[in-house]
Design a protein around this ligand. Sequence first.
Ligand SMILES: NC(=O)c1ccc[n+]([C@@H]2O[C@H](COP(=O)([O-])OP(=O)(O)OC[C@H]3O[C@@H](n4cnc5c(N)ncnc54)[C@H](OP(=O)(O)O)[C@@H]3O)[C@@H](O)[C@H]2O)c1
Length: 343
Amino acid sequence: MLETVKYLIGSRGASGFGSKSTAEQVTETCPDLRSITAIITGATSGIGAETARVLAKRGARLVLPARNVKAAEEAKARIVSEFPDSEILVMALDLSSLSSVRNFVLEFESFNLPLNLLVNNAGKFAHEHAISEDGIEMTFATNYIGHFLLTKLLLNKMIKTARQSGVQGRIVNVSSSIHGWFSGDMIHYLGQISRNKSQYDATRAYALSKLANVLHTKELAQRLKQVDANVTVNCVHPGIVRTRLTREREGLITDLVFFLASKLLKTIPQAAATTCYVATHPRLVNVSGKYFADCNEAWTSKLGSNSNEAARLWAASEIMVSRHPKQFLIRLRPSIMTSRKLM
Ligand SMILES: NC(=O)c1ccc[n+]([C@@H]2O[C@H](COP(=O)([O-])OP(=O)(O)OC[C@H]3O[C@@H](n4cnc5c(N)ncnc54)[C@H](OP(=O)(O)O)[C@@H]3O)[C@@H](O)[C@H]2O)c1
């Protein structure tokens, strides 16, 4: 109750920011980002577009991968019209396809750019059941497994950039508080909905993918620490905001839900604040493996803080991004889970 009141009045937490802080406000005192190269997924609309706009305003060089390259070029044009000095590269990437992720990374590497910041923001909240070309349920494939592979393939570049520049690299995974709605056996449920639609529940599948973002953060933070990499990873809940995320649900009922929840909704600049805070704020140097909401550290669900579950998901993810993704449907052997190698 107290938390809801604090949220509604925008009370500031330990960071000095709160639910009503905007992305521009939280980056006002951040260092000049002109030496920073950032990849932001899902920057064609909503939270990602505002994150890109504000990071460009602060001087960062941006790489915007998108499945809809035309929409990304339009997003770029909007930013450039506001900040003519911005340096923005648009590239093709469909996160639901592992081969598209691999192609994107190959193309990105061909530019020989450094990489300081990776914002894994793209997401979908599918209404209809679908399976990706790799045999994985579509929401999970897009929101989590595509980002898992993307991060894995870019990690060496980030570690190298941090070593050469002396600037700590940062990875920000955009999750959601809805991760706490998932209970049960993650891999089992993923297996069920990746086989057929009989057990498919759109909200449960979305919550599963967002829980996976939280566990990915936790496990990756451990692995980065073990190899002494100067790169951190954290995840965020941006808050609830009306964007194109609910595009497959447009209609009277959705309008009514948003109307009833209107007092709890954020604006897009407010919703991009936590991502921008975690991506840039000097206070967060060396902070890794944490979950943030309203620009302050927050608690995850019990399952979201379970290290065994994080290691188990990692092992399953390694199988999914291997050349035989469907093998994750076969029960994971304990031996797969014991080794903790970064890549
Ligand atoms: N809105 C909320 O209330 C809320 C709450 C909690 C968490 N979040 C999270 O915030 C993030 C941003 O969502 P949003 O609300 O800003 O939604 P949005 O406006 O729909 O933006 C989603 C972005 O993801 C991109 N995307 C979707 N599928 C993709 C794919 N297969 N490959 C590459 N890009 C893809 C979209 O690109 P296209 O232009 O191609 O569609 C779009 O740029 C998501 O991770 C979401 O789960 C949102």
